[in-house]
Ligand binder design. Structure first.
Ligand code: FAD
Length: 436
């Protein structure tokens, strides 16, 4: 008996319920990845990371006696075609929540019914399945704190090891690995499950300091595991199990699950305001948007953030809050424009977390205080008190000492003239209620 495991954004062999169960249930298992040309152009950074992760996955599967079969085209059509070629009885994959994933699942269901194939969805993309926790009278949690309480108290599934062995049917053409293209960001980290484990192991001793250090922009006190979680090079359960469940670090992982369950209930999250009745009066100003995107707004903390994004394909969470708040609350531009720019650059860019967080910042999401905003200068003084983060990413200001770097327009005129750095943009954005 033969089964197919369709890999999507779960590119690992450890704690992979669809793979582990299929290897136990079938004599032969075909691990499959379909390169969908519709997704290939979305982000050169992520395409690079994906191809590296596929190479690592193939090596890991070969180590278990199997291989990774690669196909190009529409994932549903290719999976069904391969099922015919190898005489598969069943198809297994990890359940996912985006609109794209929902359409893929619907089409797979219909095709499997037509071809009398058994189709089964497995957990694995989140710690707790979206939909497993429901508040009284609702289908999903709209507010984080009660979700976090239920999530922490919930019995998580058992973490699984890699399968002992993966046996391919004879004579399946496995296909060549795609070449690893150049990304856009010179300092982007490499993909792959082994790389993910290396990072996890290096990171774990720092978890007890996370609460004190995670907001320090220059200190870099966060795990940087997000790209590996995005592509499933690590299972979120594996990460969560290795730290104290009550720790601020594991609480942050819960935000990831939170936005997945929001997206499962509201798959239009990247397009429409989540909160009913949210006010949406955005301006359209291409030059302002372009200045923000390129890190040339003249507000150093915002420019530093946008330049880190472009250089690393990753951005510190505090810098995401500041740059996103500046776009929506100060410049008054549409959060969907911000989503699109982030989505192009971020290695960890995904529908649920990107749009969920953008909507939270823009005040159209689940936040209970939609009219508040971050004062970027106060944020800079608080989270980059010495200005080291700005000086690192905005070299034009490298000679400005200490916190003075946050407001170059206040420097003596003679000094300011020596700096090749723009004056702040004029932004007629609405004046929000500033929070510190
Ligand atoms: P750590 O601080 O080490 O946290 C551990 C893990 O918890 C992260 O890897 C991530 O998986 C999860 N996590 C942490 N914070 C959040 C959060 N606020 N929401 C959801 N999950 C969280 N995260 C993404 O993974 N993809 C995105 O596309 C994304 N877009 C964002 C857009 C905006 C406007 C904002 C404000 C935040 C966004 N985030 C996104 C959330 C967060 O900024 C990143 O997950 C985090 O910075 C990744 O760095 P890290 O791995 O070092 O995080």
């Amino acid at each position: 008996r033969t089964g197919i495991v369709l890999f999507t954004r779960d590119l690992r062999v450890h704690d992979h319920p669809a793979l582990a169960t299929s290897c136990a249930a079938f004599d032969r298992v075909v691990p499959l990845y379909v390169l969908d040309p519709a997704l290939a152009q979305l982000s050169p950074n992520r395409t690079r990371f994906l191809h590296q992760s596929l190479a690592a996955l193939r090596a890991a599967l070969r180590g278990l006696g199997g291989d990774l079969v690669l196909r190009h085209g529409d994932p549903v059509a290719e999976t069904i075609r391969l099922a015919g070629e190898v005489g598969a009885e069943g198809i297994a994959l990890s359940a996912d929540v985006s609109r794209y994933a929902e359409r893929r699942a619907t089409r797979l269901r219909a095709e499997c019914e037509r071809h009398r194939l058994h189709l089964r969805f497995f957990p694995g993309l989140t710690v707790v399945d979206p939909g497993a926790l429901r508040p009284t009278g609702g289908d999903h949690y709209r507010v984080f704190s009660p979700y976090h309480r239920a999530w922490s108290a919930h019995r998580w599934r058992d973490e699984l090891g890699p399968p002992a062995r993966v046996t391919l049917p004879a004579q399946v053409p496995v296909g060549r690995l795609p070449a690893v293209p150049a990304g856009d960001s010179p300092e982007a980290v490499p993909g792959g499950e082994d790389e993910a484990w290396r990072r996890l192991t290096t990171w774990l001793p720092a978890v007890p300091h996370y609460g004190d250090r995670h907001d320090d922009l220059a200190g870099d006190g966060t795990s940087r595991l997000s790209p590996y979680l995005r592509f499933g090079c690590l299972s979120p359960l594996t990460v969560a199990n290795r730290a104290d469940r009550d720790s601020p670090f594991v609480r942050q992982l819960c935000w990831r699950d939170f936005y997945h369950q929001v997206t499962a209930a509201f798959p239009d999250i990247s397009r429409r305001a989540y909160r009913r009745g949210a006010t949406e009066h955005w301006r359209y100003a291409d030059d302002t948007l372009a200045a923000w995107q390129q890190g040339r707004t003249g507000l150093p903390i915002v420019d530093a953030g946008m330049r880190q994004l472009r250089a690393q394909g990753w951005l510190h969470n505090r810098a995401r809050l500041i740059t996103a708040g500046y776009l929506t609350k100060t410049m008054g531009l549409d959060w969907r424009d911000g989503v699109a720019v982030y989505f192009r650059w971020l290695l960890d860019g995904d529908v649920a977390n990107n749009s969920g967080n953008w909507q939270w910042v823009a005040g159209t999401g689940n936040d209970t205080r939609p009219y508040r905003g971050f004062n970027p200068i106060r944020q800079a003084e608080r989270y980059d008190p010495d200005g080291a983060y700005v000086r690192r990413w905005v070299p034009e200001l490298a000679t400005v000492p200490g916190a003075a770097v946050h407001q170059p327009w206040r420097l003596p005129t003679a000094l300011r003239r020596t700096l090749d750095y723009p004056s702040p943009l004029e932004v007629p954005g609405p004046e929000p209620v500033w929070l510190r």
